[in-house]
Ligand binder design. Structure first.
Ligand code: SF4
Length: 693
């Protein structure tokens, strides 16, 4: 029996970047919000099970200092003292925060302000570094700003939808449902999946291109050369709004003749894909972690953007490049600059005067003057003893980072480690000197931004569990203890949102796309009732649905980025090793602290399996335990023969942890290599040997 409507709270799902609206009742009953533009009433299996995660045992209910229950005052004093000591001994470069796309925008804003304006360090990175930082860097290189030009409707109205490195059916299920429904209504719509694996997303697709891992640059470089040769350039648009085409074409032409060889694709399939792309004005290319989590992730994304710039297919209904974020608020983190490489409000150190705008807005005594350490380098610095105090918020790097064993060692050796989380026992919290209980999904109040730039409210419908507090409040209390209380004296998330929104309008003559200054004067009541709102929403000037169809790039002109082949494409197992691709299962989220406690979600995939093509199984039977090992480390999983796996590759889920399957932590076998531009770890290219266990 559905609960009475008056008891329902409109909130947002805390899992993936689709950002579905949820109607939640106090007893944990949930339903999709029919009025939310992202999902129009739909929810996926994870969203439907949200109510079953609310009362999970294992919540962190009280602050702890060195393993003992403590008062909030004592715990906050301990964190302030840890940072005060590290600042005194090592300076601003000797402290760091590692935060999360699970945080609300207001929490993110508070943490970023604390680090970059008051601690004086840009050593604040987010687990979003592992998710979409290559897309961010590619947007910045091409457009001058991190902007997703399109909206979800474009996926439905496209005549050709190209899904690259995305298992949309499992990782963004509601978006996949929308695409499937659109294709059922309009069967002429074509879907092409570019992925080394034959995933659930391939069901119903018109073409699957099982390319060699890492060869996306060659694929889209060859496509660029083909489009140009076939006269598909929108020459007037290119000449008016872009620069750098010739250099990009030179690089593309260098790989084009070898496209089939480099990608390992059937030349006939390649020709079909190129023909369809050339002939279809309404084309959307959507990409996700298969592109981003690579040593060439930024180049891959720019190779995709180049094709859309050449054809002028950008920011138009049914046409454009589209990066989807993995996490619920990866986009919000980008907006407030909670990555080591960004300032708040899409402002940038490289543009003169913009750091000063942030400093002035915050009245910050110690504004960071340069980018800080990205995730891989940050944990290396902890390991090398260069970080005296580290604060980890709402994330579990001991499991999610590559080279997991070294990250665990780094956390163990950190002179001071604070962890704020809603969960008591995680692989990371195990090493914390201070644990701070944060509110969980049903208790949170603030905003998140999804992959199509829609800002939605997450609203609390339950009181905080135990002594849990909002992350922004925790940050503000530590800041106050360090003498900066005035700048963090917010009465609630609405205050923070207004401050954040006002910053986006400073010095913005319409050139910066991210502008929500029109929301800066919201009253508390308006904030409380705020409907899903797509940015931009400037105080002056028009709101826009899409970006860049008529130019207007932040950099003036968009830039074609040359993407020469840098040699990541993997061998096909001829050298006896396999390329280990890591990723998600449909019903699990990150390190399973919530979804792992729901029996019906666990039933979908009760244990982690290592999928390999039967001919790559080295004689190990299906169902037997197998070991994958690299120069970095090893993991043991049950083997699954899967003819949909490309020869020379293996796939394993990244969810399992030391707490539920210590041997199956695949990131132990993944080296800490990263894209040199974005710093995003290459989580899908470890060379591993396979053996019976
Ligand atoms: Fe939540 Fe994503 Fe599923 Fe929507 S698609 S219900 S946001 S996990």
């Amino acid at each position: 029996v559905p609960p009475p409507a008056r008891s329902l709270t409109r909130t947002t799902c805390p899992y993936c970047g689709v950002g579905c609206g949820v109607l939640a009742a106090p007893d944990g009953t949930v339903a999709g919000d029919p009025d939310h533009p992202a999902n129009r009433g739909r929810l996926c299996s994870k969203g439907m099970a949200l109510g079953e995660t609310i009362a999970l045992p294992g919540r962190l209910l009280h602050p702890e200092v060195r393993g003992k229950r403590a008062s909030w005052g004592a715990a906050l004093d301990a964190v302030a003292e840890g940072f005060r000591r590290a600042l005194a001994e090592r300076g601003p470069g000797g402290v760091a925060l590692y935060v999360s796309g699970q945080l609300l925008t207001e929490d993110y804003y508070a943490a970023n302000k604390f680090a970059k304006g008051f601690l004086g360090t840009a050593n604040i990175d987010s687990n979003s570094r592992l998710c979409m930082s290559s897309a961010v860097a590619a947007h910045q290189r091409a457009f001058g700003e991190d902007v997703v030009p399109g909206v979800y409707e474009d996926l439905e109205s496209a005549d050709l939808l190209v899904l690259v490195g995305s298992n949309l059916a499992w990782c963004h299920p509601v978006l996949f449902q929308r695409v499937a429904a659109a294709k059922a209504t309009r069967p002429s719509m074509r879907v092409v999946v570019v992925d080394p694996r034959r995933t659930a997303t391939c069901e119903g697709a018109d073409l699957h291109l099982p390319l060699r891992p890492g060869s996306d640059v060659a694929l889209f470089g060859a496509l660029l050369a083909h489009l140009h040769a076939e006269g598909q350039a929108d020459s007037a648009w290119v000449s008016e709004h872009t620069r750098g085409l010739e250099a990009a074409l030179d690089a593309a032409r260098a790989v084009a003749p070898r496209a089939a060889e480099l990608t390992g694709l059937d030349p006939a399939d390649l020709a079909t894909f190129f023909r369809w792309f050339a002939a279809t004005q309404r084309t959307v290319t959507l990409w996700s972690q298969g592109v981003n989590q690579s040593e060439t992730g930024t180049d891959k994304a720019n190779a995709i953007l180049n094709c859309h710039l050449l054809t002028g297919r950008i920011g138009k209904p049914g046409a454009g490049p589209f990066s989807v974020t993995g996490q619920p608020n990866a986009m919000g983190g980008r907006e407030v600059g909670a990555l080591a490489t960004m300032l708040a409000g899409h402002l940038d150190w490289e543009r003169p005067g913009e750091a000063e705008l942030v400093r002035g807005h915050w009245r910050a005594p110690n504004i960071a003057v340069a980018p800080g350490l990205k995730a891989v380098d940050l944990f290396r610095a902890v390991s090398a003893g260069r970080i005296g105090a580290l604060w980890v918020m709402a994330t579990n790097p001991a499991v999610s980072m590559p080279d997991g064993s070294s990250v665990r060692d780094a956390l163990r050796r950190a002179p001071f480690l604070a962890v704020s989380d809603c969960v008591a026992e995680t692989d990371t919290a195990e090493f914390a000197h201070v644990r701070l209980p944060a509110v969980g999904w049903a208790e949170k109040d603030g905003t998140v931004t999804n992959s199509e730039r829609v800002i939605s409210r997450q609203r609390a419908f339950l009181p905080p569990a135990g002594e849990a507090r909002p992350d922004w409040w925790i940050v503000s209390q530590v800041a106050a203890r360090l003498g900066w209380g005035d700048a963090f004296a917010w009465s609630g998330p609405a205050d923070i949102f207004r401050e954040h929104a006002a910053l986006t309008g400073l010095g913005n003559d319409g050139r910066r796309a991210f502008d929500i200054s029109g929301l800066a004067a919201m009253t508390n009541a308006e904030y409380a009732a705020m409907p899903p709102t797509r940015w931009p929403c400037p105080a002056k000037g028009p709101a826009r649905e899409r970006f860049f169809s008529a130019g207007g790039f932040t950099a003036g002109r968009a830039r074609f980025v040359p993407t020469p082949r840098r040699g990541e494409s993997a061998a096909d197992g001829g050298d006896g090793t396999l390329t280990l691709l890591t990723g998600r299962y449909r019903d699990q989220w990150h390190t399973m602290t919530r979804t792992g406690g729901v029996p019906r979600l666990m039933a979908h995939a009760p244990e982690p399996l290592l999928a390999v093509h039967p001919e790559d199984a080295r004689g190990i039977p299906d169902g037997a335990l197998a070991r994958v090992s690299s120069t970095q480390g090893a993991a043991v999983l049950r083997l699954r023969h899967d003819a949909g796996q490309r020869r020379g590759t293996a796939f394993a889920p990244m969810h399992w942890t030391a707490r539920n399957a210590p041997a199956a932590r695949v990131n132990n076998a993944v080296p800490p290599k990263a894209d040199p531009v974005s710093g995003q770890p290459a989580l899908k290219s470890a060379r591993v040997a396979l053996s019976a266990y």
